[in-house]
Design a protein. Structure first.
Length: 67
């Protein structure tokens, strides 16, 4: 007996965004993530372009600004 099931595989994937430019971080991108160096609460994501350009980011929890 063969069992056939119709599966709906649609789901939503939430990508992180760069904390500087708000561009979605794609899997395989040369990005970094780290906890805020001031409060340690917020996770900061930085894409390669913003890291190379030394653009500032701001923590959404404590408003710490870093390069």
């Amino acid at each position: 007996m063969m069992f056939t099931e119709n599966l709906n595989m649609s789901s939503t994937i939430s990508l992180p965004t760069c904390s500087c430019c708000n561009r979605p971080i794609m899997p395989g991108d040369k990005s970094v993530k780290f906890n805020c160096p001031d409060c340690g609460v917020d996770i900061i994501w930085r894409c390669q372009n913003c890291r190379d350009a030394a653009r500032n980011y701001t923590c959404s929890s404590c408003n710490f600004t870093g390069p």
